[in-house]
Design a protein around this ligand. Sequence first.
Ligand code: CA
Length: 254
Amino acid sequence: MAIFSAGLTDVGLVRRHNEDNYFLDDGLGLFVVADGLGGHAAGEVASKIVVDEISRYIRQSTTTTETTTLVDYDEKLSVNGNLLKTAIVLSDKAITADIATHSERETMGSTVVACLINGKSVTMAHVGDSRAYKLSKDEIKQVTNDHSWVAQQVSNGFLTIEEARVHPFRNVITQALGNSVDLEIEIGEFEIADFEAILLCSDGLTGMVDDEEILKIYSQASNLHDAVRSLVSKALENGGEDNVSVVLAKHNLP
Ligand code: CA
């Protein structure tokens, strides 16, 4: 079952630098979005380290005969779940290693949302507030929980989703790669149907375009490339306050 994908990133209308990075490889079934933190020449380095390290590790462990090391093997997870978890742990260590030799980047970090698609099986892993959704022409479902202060307030019933989207603390995340003490990588495993797509995005999309609008744009798009362009355009049209990155992956072209 062949996978098709499309991805796009844009600096937005307010920021001077794009600190997001994304990666897609239909052959590996690997898709990643990372949103860097720490300012120019730091955030963009961190998110680049994340996508490079994850893709390097997944490629090496799935396409070569080299021995693969799994970190903190978790028997409750599939092989792909363990691979993705290890890849993210290694990307966290790579950021820390980079900081050790570049003190000017000591505050850098990154979110990540990464997925491995193998047939109908999807393994999703994330840290921070970059999101994944399952999408069809008439339904959108968020499949990651933001590691953010506002998301905690929503789950505790102190804020509504609408209040969270405009809250002054909406950019405060509770988990990030790099400079983190207790890194918690959240991993989900589920199936997708042929007609469903996976959307990965940075908060530059979800902060500007709500779920209903995302669904409407996706369902009206003629193909995945058209969909990612239209989603980024809508984020800019709605203010473009942050860097915006969108990746869509699906089994068959619509
Ligand atoms: Ca962002």
